[in-house]
Design a protein around this ligand. Structure first.
Ligand code: BTN
Length: 249
């Protein structure tokens, strides 16, 4: 398995601004970029989020994408998303000593406000299967840089801790944690389960589940061995949800 892990000699491309680091890296993968390549930007003009949403990406944040070529099935690769959240929690802890919470599957929250979003996208190209792992961390973003409607929902390390952090150090720490997570995940996809369960605040409570476009009330019972969230509906039916979103009720 070790041989599938990329080498950190892969290119690191630093940009002031791009449309979306995920979109750019996807194009680069189709033009021959090697696994492990990272694209990072200080601003995105069309940052993309999960479920077709946009991801507001102003100055002050750190936006990065890493190209991976995992050897597993698309279903097995789904666990990369929650494992990336664990890597991001570890990186934030290394940077500032504080451990954010995880909202299933992969939002990082500080005091209930979103600090970091993760978008893992698959690319099937010339019989190869890539994953573009994208992460946006609100590092030094000032409160006024978030649009008004996100005022109470988003935060940055700067807004919460009142000090700024060097972006190059944050980038290096994030890349290091992502590389380590990926190398370990290749050997054992379940190895982050305990840590994920400990950090995930979505369980043991009533949630609103958004699944295939529908909103459903449910009780979140726990995280199963595939990092899926196990829910119980009011009629007693149980289900494991692999992709979707929960909001806390
Ligand atoms: C979400 O919260 O819905 C996911 C947000 C993911 C944002 C990151 S920023 C870097 C990469 N490029 C993108 O366009 N999106 C991801």
């Amino acid at each position: 398995m070790e041989s599938f892990a990329h080498k950190r000699s892969a290119p690191l491309i630093l940009l002031e601004e791009t449309e979306s680091t995920n979109t750019l890296l996807k194009k680069m993968a189709m033009e021959g970029a090697v696994p492990g390549t990272v694209v990072a930007a200080r601003r995105q003009t069309s940052g993309r989020g999960r479920m077709g949403r946009s991801f507001v990406s102003p100055e002050g944040g750190l936006y990065l994408s890493m190209l991976l070529e995992p050897p597993f099935s698309p279903q097995d690769n789904l666990s990369l998303t929650p494992c990336t959240a664990v890597a991001a929690v570890r990186a934030v802890k290394r940077l500032c000593g504080i451990e954010p919470d995880i909202k299933w599957p992969n939002d990082l929250l500080l005091e209930g406000k979103k600090l970091c979003g993760i978008l893992c996208e698959s690319l099937f190209f010339q019989e190869r299967q890539f994953v573009i792992l994208g992460l946006g961390l609100n590092l030094n973003t000032e409160a006024h840089a978030f649009p008004e409607e996100l005022g109470d929902l988003a935060c940055s390390l700067f807004t919460q801790l009142g000090k700024s952090f060097p972006a190059d150090e944050a980038l290096a720490v994030l890349i290091c944690e992502l590389d380590e997570m990926y190398a370990r995940w290749l050997c054992d996809r379940g190895c982050f389960l305990d840590e994920y369960r400990r950090k995930c605040i979505s369980c043991g409570r009533d949630v609103l589940l958004i699944k295939d476009g529908a909103s459903l009330c449910a009780f979140a019972e726990g995280i199963d061995e595939n990092y899926a969230i196990s829910v119980r509906y009011p009629d007693g039916r149980r289900e494991s949800i692999y992709t979707g979103e929960v909001s806390l009720r």
